[in-house]
Design a protein around this ligand. Structure first.
Ligand SMILES: [Zn+2]
Ligand SMILES: [Zn+2]
Length: 274
């Protein structure tokens, strides 16, 4: 079986699953290892109808994760990192965090664009769905130019989970110019992307990003690909991972990547774990 290296626990503002419950579920599923990547989203726009705090105490996180690592040492490798909600003005703040905490893995993700969360309808107001998606992709490029100290860019086409028509009218080709710019920049910087199976959970029929983007990343020379189900509940760990070997092989990949102490290790897709 595989490593699932994108999951949340109660340190994330939108998750109330204990880290122990996630670890126990991963052991029950026979995973090779896991990495927690809790949400750190500074300047998340306040929403009075749905108040969530998307930041947490990193020292408490370090203490808890280290204790769990030793408690489960003989049963499951437990790594921990962070999913940073990137916005261009947060670059310096994120650099500071990474100077003070030694994570295994850092996912850079776009959750907020121009002060709005594409999860909510207000993000799409006053523009076409296509314009809203295009703006999402452009903002990824802006985020990467502002900040590069991440290992992979998270769920690159995440916006299509939430648009008015989701991915019905969406394709890589429609946004190929800007997506190619993102992929080329990531490859030039030695950064990876992730395949996030929450897209299946959201009923898209595809992971995030979709197969055509994974194929394109590979075609352009990209090699660093991490696997994550973005689980917020124990039962979501490694969601639909059984589809990945065939799907990723068809996109040209033979290996996937696990980051330990911010260093990439490559694992054969045939072998699963190591
Ligand atoms: Zn995310
Ligand atoms: Zn996540």
């Amino acid at each position: 079986m595989f490593w699932d290296t994108h999951m949340h626990c109660s340190f994330s503002g939108d998750c109330d699953s204990s880290p122990q419950s996630m670890i126990e579920a991963a052991i029950a599923k026979g995973l090779t290892g896991i990495c927690f990547t809790d949400h750190m989203d500074y300047d998340y726009p306040p929403n009075p109808d749905h108040p969530i705090v998307f930041t947490f105490d990193l020292h408490e996180y370090d203490r808890t994760m280290r204790e769990l690592q030793s408690r489960y040492a003989d049963r499951l490798p437990v790594l921990y990192g962070v999913e940073l909600g990137l916005q261009p003005h947060l670059a310096q703040k994120h650099r500071q965090i990474l100077q003070n905490h030694s994570f295994d893995f850092v996912i850079g993700s776009s959750h907020i664009v121009d002060g709005k969360d594409p999860y909510y309808a207000s993000y799409y107001e006053g523009r076409t769905e296509q314009a809203a998606y295009e703006r999402y992709f452009l903002s990824i490029h802006e985020n990467i130019r502002a900040f590069q100290d991440f290992d992979v860019y998270g769920h690159i086409d995440y916006v299509v989970r939430y648009g008015p028509n989701k991915n019905t009218f969406y394709s890589y080709r429609k946004y190929a110019d800007i997506i190619d710019e993102i992929l080329k920049l990531l490859i030039e910087l030695g950064k990876g992307i992730e395949v996030n199976t929450a897209g299946f959970k959201y009923g898209l029929g595809h992971p995030n990003p979709c197969e055509d983007i994974l194929k394109r990343y590979h075609e352009l020379g990209g090699e660093i690909l991490t696997l994550g189900a973005d689980a917020h509940k124990p039962e979501q760990i490694a969601y639909d991972f059984d589809r990945l070997p065939q799907l990723l092989t068809a996109c040209g990949f033979s290996y996937y990547t696990v980051f330990k102490n911010r260093k990439a290790e490559f694992i054969s897709l045939k072998k699963g774990g190591f």
